[in-house]
Design a protein around this ligand. Structure first.
Ligand code: GLN
Length: 299
């Protein structure tokens, strides 16, 4: 049953239900949640307003736009790219197809960094310098700068479009003046020693999908998220291998390394870190599925 053959939705509640049915029939997994996000976006209202106004008339003038939004989702565009937004750590971040969509498990990386750095740098007068490599939409750098206004934060990315998006998100959260944005590859900009302060905490959620696995990803990811943000080379470990090699070339070794990793990669990444340096502690943080998702090394 296609939506076009149904009568125009008479109320917001009916539009929501019809939209969700349409997405579900097209095989969209989160049909209810996606229909809700699209409807809020279409109408420019909050969820509370939608729930309050379920029996209000659906605006006829919005009918075509509603069908268009649903069709884009049916055609595999992730809902976050359609509405241009994803929440992370309680804040709305702008996203586009030039940056990865923030994932909920990455919030656990931000949490781990806050916890370990609070322990190592308890004095607000002597804060850490934190570098977020491959910042993408800026979620990690912006979250850390917003949660700990006294930290110094640097955000880097190879993609100028990503840097632009991260800067916009920093401006929205009013932390842009406290973040230094750097265009460059992994740790390369930070090896010289004179341009930037020495890095105390190195955070990254680098691309970690093995190149040959990309074609088998969900079409939403494969066809819409930037390959630069996904492709970690032949075994997916290239960014970790390169950064571990670059660690010893840094003017001062960071005391904390906190990296998100792909499923099954935590042991290999820990080995790369141990080969590069002696750490007091290397531990893993599990994601919501119980997979070792973050590697935290402390010295
Ligand atoms: N740091 C961003 C995030 O965690 C981007 C990561 C990436 O593009 N690999 O979402």
């Amino acid at each position: 049953m296609s939506l076009e053959r149904e009568p125009l939705p008479s109320t917001l509640g009916i539009a929501w239900r019809q939209g969700a049915d349409h997405l579900r029939q097209a095989g969209v997994e989160e049909a209810d949640a996606d229909a809700e996000l699209l409807l809020l976006y279409l109408l420019g209202i909050s969820k509370a307003e939608l729930l309050r106004d379920l029996r209000e008339r659906f605006p006829v003038a919005k009918a075509d736009a509603w069908l268009e939004l649903l069709e884009r989702r049916v055609n595999g565009v992730p809902v976050q790219y359609i509405i241009g937004e994803q929440y992370f750590f309680g804040r709305a971040f702008e996203v586009s197809e030039s940056v990865l969509i923030p994932r909920p498990e990455t919030e656990l990386l931000a949490e781990a960094v806050l916890e370990v750095a609070d322990r190592l740098w308890p004095d607000q007068a002597a804060p850490p310098v934190v570098l977020d490599v491959g910042t993408g939409s800026g979620i990690l750098a912006v979250t850390l700068a917003a949660e700990r206004p006294w930290w110094r934060v640097i955000a880097s990315d190879l993609s100028p479009d990503a840097i632009g998006m991260a800067r916009r998100n920093a401006q929205k959260q009013e932390v842009a003046s406290r973040i230094t944005f750097v265009k460059g590859d992994l740790l390369t900009p930070f090896l010289a020693g004179d341009e930037y302060p020495s890095i105390d905490v190195l955070v990254s959620n680098p691309p970690y999908i093995p190149s040959s696995d990309i074609s088998g990803l969900q079409r939403e990811v494969r066809d819409h998220e930037p390959r630069l943000a996904l492709d970690g080379g032949e075994d997916g470990l290239n960014p970790y291998r390169i950064m571990a090699g670059q660690l010893s070339l840094m003017p001062v070794l960071p005391r904390v390394v906190a990296w998100e990793v792909g499923a099954g990669q935590a042991d290999d990444v820990a080995t790369l870190l141990r080969d590069a340096e002696v750490w007091d502690e290397i531990r893993f943080v599990k994601d919501y599925a119980g997979i070792d998702r973050h590697v935290i090394a402390v010295k």
